[in-house]
Design a protein around this ligand. Structure first.
Ligand code: DX5
Ligand code: ZN
Length: 214
């Protein structure tokens, strides 16, 4: 079964508690939180205090996606705020091995994220040390964009590499996930689907979650 992480980027900010409850009642496995700094990506979103408030309200674990320059400055604060998984972009981290261990030492699961234009092979030397590989299937920064099909070859690579090397990291995808693209990702070996607009705009969130997780 595939796991589902609805992205709160597409939630109702004026009634965030309700959006969280909707996701949980629909059967979500994680809440995906997109933290953007206006530098690594053009957009600005949630900060540490917001993550801390969400953690108090949520019954399911927080999957925190840091789209930040210098994310190493904030790892302990996001861990303290209640993140379960912290993922950082390889493009923002010249010392990716060091930060993976910083995340683990802070008591969280460590994820590495790749933009659509980044080669999967960039990560082979650290794949035995991560809990999660998050493949961006859109260019990060905004919800509601279209899935980039060329990213499927990276997903297939991570799935194959995991099998060949007896590794256990999970593969997550983020961006443009809907019924059709979810199937493509599942066929390529994905374990966790992030879904923002498709999930929160659906009329029946339970049906949507059931379908995506099947
Ligand atoms: C984009 C974010 C995504 C976003 C996905 O930078 O990382 O998590 O919320 O939104 P949808 O599912 O609408 O493409
Ligand atoms: Zn995200």
């Amino acid at each position: 079964m595939t796991l589902l992480a609805p992205s709160l980027l597409a939630a109702n900010y004026m009634a965030l508690g309700e959006s969280i409850r909707d996701a949980e009642l629909a059967g979500a496995d994680y809440l995906h939180i997109d933290v953007m700094d206006g530098h690594f990506v053009p957009n600005l979103t949630f900060g540490i205090d917001m993550v801390s408030e969400i953690a108090k309200a949520a019954k399911i674990p927080l999957d925190v996606h840091l789209m930040l320059e210098n994310p190493e400055r904030y790892i302990e604060q996001f861990a303290e705020a209640g993140a379960k998984i912290i993922s950082v972009h390889v493009e923002a981290c010249p010392h990716i091995h060091r930060i993976i261990h910083q995340i683990k030492e802070a008591g969280c699961q460590a994820g590495v994220v790749l933009n659509p234009g980044t080669a999967a092979e960039t990560l082979t030397s650290v794949l035995s040390e991560v809990d999660l590989v998050l493949q961006m299937t859109v260019n990060p920064g905004y919800g509601g964009q279209s899935f980039i099909p060329g990213t499927l070859s990276n997903i297939a690579f991570f799935n194959q590499y995991r099998k060949e090397n007896g590794l256990h990291y999970r593969i997550e995808v983020d961006g443009g996930i809907n019924q059709e693209t979810a199937d493509l990702c599942k066929d390529a070996g994905v374990d966790i689907l992030v879904a923002g607009s498709y999930f929160f705009q659906s009329a029946d969130k339970k049906d949507t979650a059931d379908f995506l997780k099947k």
